[in-house]
Design a protein around this ligand. Structure first.
Ligand SMILES: [Zn+2]
Ligand SMILES: [Zn+2]
Length: 301
């Protein structure tokens, strides 16, 4: 499970920071969380493979989180994408995209599956054998959701050195699924405990942007391995953070501490800050395992 940062800015454009966009890599595919203006240029800069991108999640409809979406979709089309794309986003996002495509007379070569998120209550929005996606309400000026992506525990791993050369291939799956297997021809029993070890434990990432300081989200992100929480302001602007439904670095760190997460990444910095090192100093007074979001950085869990 891999988390790559493509944007650390907020609201108004900044020359040195791009708006929110994050790529989560899982096995052989990836998800994009938020798609601020210019995200497709960040794809080029950091060599993100768009062919691996299967899912896009948009947290809310402030421009710094989705203005890059129509550009990305249009370029996928020009590049002859044929694989379907699944987009989760606030109600109304599908209408926005459909209208833009209709008025530019664009016929897509690929199918978009759109699912509306629910900003009012927590939901499991996607679930398969490999991973699941949960959303939960964030308190912001417009409807907004937080996102938790969980990579499930992997199947048991076979100890290949112990497997004899005449071992039937069809038995591998049964062993991985946790069964003991009996070879009817030889009568030999392959005990699961002898021939396999535990798979990878489940891993999770949570994304909370944008939000006022709100401890009610703690239960939804409890003990995740990696938490991205917005820190638009530092301590000098606590009042402004509350007025604009954003958080400070210390507030983000407080959430991380209460949720007992392994690591916190803070980002979504306001354009008023030319340097941000004090964000880290402030956050670390509350939660030491904090890092600053820097564009191009990746975190492997
Ligand atoms: Zn924002
Ligand atoms: Zn916002």
């Amino acid at each position: 499970l891999d988390f790559k940062i493509l944007g650390t800015g907020s609201a108004t454009p900044q020359l040195e920071r791009n708006p929110s966009a994050f790529v989560v890599g899982l096995d052989n595919f990836s998800l994009l969380i938020d798609c601020g203006e210019g995200t497709q240029f960040q794809f080029l800069k950091y060599k993100i493979k768009s062919s691996r991108l299967k899912y896009i999640l948009i947290s809310h409809l402030h421009g710094d989180h989705y203005f890059g979406l129509i550009g990305l979709i249009s370029s996928f089309n020009l590049n002859k994408r044929s694989d379907s794309l699944t987009i989760f986003g606030p109600p109304g996002l599908d209408e926005l995209i459909t209208l833009q495509l209709k008025l530019s007379n664009t016929q897509l070569n690929f199918k978009i599956n759109f699912f509306a998120t629910n900003p009012a209550s927590p939901e499991l929005i996607y679930d398969n054998d490999v991973f699941s996606i949960h959303t939960f309400p964030l308190k912001h000026r417009i409807p907004c959701v937080g996102i938790k992506i969980t990579q499930k525990e992997s199947k048991r791993k076979i100890i290949t050195e112990k497997i004899p050369s005449d071992f039937p291939i069809s038995f591998f799956k049964l062993l991985k699924d946790g069964f003991d297997v009996k070879d009817e021809l030889t009568g030999k029993i392959y005990k699961n405990s002898e021939y396999t070890t535990l798979g990878q434990p489940p891993k999770s990432i949570a994304y909370c942007s944008d939000t006022i300081f709100d401890t009610s989200i703690v239960e939804h992100i409890f003990q995740v391995n990696l938490l991205y929480h917005e820190a638009t302001f530092s301590e000098d602007n606590t009042l402004r953070a509350t007025q604009t439904f954003h958080s400070t670095a210390i507030q983000a760190a407080t959430i991380a501490s209460k949720a007992k997460v392994d690591q916190l990444i803070i980002g979504h910095y306001s354009s008023r800050y030319k340097t941000i090192s004090h964000f880290l100093e402030e956050a670390k007074t509350v939660f030491s395992a904090t890092v600053l979001a820097e564009e191009g950085d990746s975190y492997l869990i």
